[in-house]
Design a protein around this ligand. Structure first.
Ligand SMILES: [Zn+2]
Length: 426
């Protein structure tokens, strides 16, 4: 038998590390980084930082002081580890969010126990995305254990607040210059996309609030007032009858999953009106009614059109309905992002998936946003994808789990990708 190839040595080193990958995932799950409110970031960042330091990384901590989410009781602590190769560039940055969503109900096991049963690891964040962080760590570590020296540089970060927008996490790192195109060439976010899928971006999101204004009067004589709730009802009717069919007719060329999300969509997130919320009823015509809307838009839809058609609809109802008057307030606006066509990062992961999993990689896009937006829009890094173990549909569910075989395979795919993109001097 000849000397094993770099590829064979790396794959074998990952197989040997199986129990350690599981143990790191368990240790991460046992730190309950629930967000909101943003608990336990500091111990979780330290756990990851100490692990990386023990593997030869230079480790730095970045607390998002000054951001409104950061507080003394809930500090937003981020960690970045860097292992320089023979040269600084290229540099692959692997980023995972440390936070998990609240537990909710319906669990049959301890959400922070990290129990392993029938080849699965259970717990809040098992899929989303503590297994992914462990995969990133051991992808880099097992290359070293295989005796392979990388030419380029590997960075691994654990960041805050992805589940609530990522402003004190990835956005903060990009803003202070730690995660930008000045030092990083490629970013892999090991979110739970399944072991054979590569996510190349997401649709845009436009959250806005509409307030309908009316005229208060006694509820026994509604004809003396003008109901803001009725005005909102007219608007909702127009949205359903006129806007929704147009949105449903638009289809993106981006491979968004599930297929229903390939269309433009609009959800009514909340609605409040009149003098509700009191223990006793108030006999009044509603003078105000507000609703928040969640419009997800396609890369083919220009932003001025997305916003313009809402403003046009409000104006149309105001023209048609006597006394109807609306105000519109933008709450959040994130344009779509997409990894460039022909990205070497996608090509390399595709080869890794073919090699390790034995299937053709599926290229997908996400219906909702994740930290990719900050990497690209603030950091200016275009070669960014999400690829990692776990199943998207298990995220945020009770009894969330991740398959241990998938964790090992995703680690191998990421390791082969690091070897290919960064080059070796062995
Ligand atoms: Zn996630």
């Amino acid at each position: 038998m000849g000397k094993p190839t770099v590829r064979e040595s790396v794959l074998r080193a990952v197989d040997m590390a199986r129990d350690e990958i599981v143990a790191l995932t368990q240790a991460l799950i046992r730190v309950p980084t629930v967000n909101p409110p943003g608990d336990a970031y500091e111990p979780c960042a330290r756990l990851l930082g100490d692990t990386l330091a023990g593997m030869g990384f230079e480790v730095e901590y970045f607390t998002a002081t000054g951001r409104p989410e950061h507080s003394a009781t809930h500090p937003r602590v981020n960690v970045v580890g860097r292992r320089r190769g023979r040269v600084d560039r290229p540099c692959v940055h692997l980023n995972g969010h440390l936070d998990v969503v609240p537990v909710g109900t319906g669990w049959t096991c301890d959400p922070f126990g990290g129990e392993v049963r029938d080849g699965r690891i259970y717990g809040r964040g098992a899929s989303d995305m503590k297994a992914g962080i462990a995969a990133a760590v051991f992808a880099a570590e097992c290359i070293r254990r295989a005796g392979v020296e990388l030419e380029g540089t590997v960075e691994i970060s654990g960041t805050a607040d992805e589940e609530s927008g990522g402003w004190a996490g990835v956005a903060h790192l990009a803003e202070i210059g730690c995660l930008t195109s000045r030092s990083v060439d490629f970013v892999i976010i090991p979110e739970p996309l399944e072991v054979d899928r590569i996510c190349v971006g997401h649709r845009g999101v436009y959250w806005f609030e509409v307030t309908a204004h009316g005229r208060i009067a006694h509820g026994s004589m509604p004809f003396l007032g003008a109901s803001a709730i009725e005005h909102m009802g007219e608007l909702l009717h127009d949205i359903r009858a006129r806007l929704q069919p147009v949105l449903a007719s638009r289809v993106t060329a981006m491979p968004v999953v599930p297929p229903g999300a390939r269309h433009a969509t609009l959800n009514i997130n909340s609605i409040t009106g009149g003098q509700g919320g009191f223990a006793v009823q108030t006999p009044c015509v509603a003078h105000v009614c507000s609703a928040t809307f969640d419009r997800r838009f396609l890369e083919e839809e220009p932003l001025d059109q997305v916003q313009g058609e809402i403003a046009d609809l409000l104006a149309e109802v105001e023209r048609r309905v006597p006394e109807a008057r609306f105000t519109l307030r933008d709450l959040m606006l994130v344009p779509p992002v997409r990894t460039p066509e022909g990205s070497p990062l996608v090509a390399s992961l595709t080869r890794g998936i073919h090699d390790v999993v034995g299937r053709e990689a599926a290229i997908v896009a996400s219906p909702g946003t994740y930290d990719h937006k900050h990497v690209t829009r603030i950091g200016g890094i275009h070669h960014c994808v999400a690829y990692g173990p776990g199943r998207l549909e298990l995220s945020h569910q009770p009894d969330e789990w991740c398959d241990v075989d998938d964790m090992v395979r995703a680690t191998q795919v990421i390791a082969l990708t690091l070897v290919e993109l960064l080059g070796t001097s062995r």
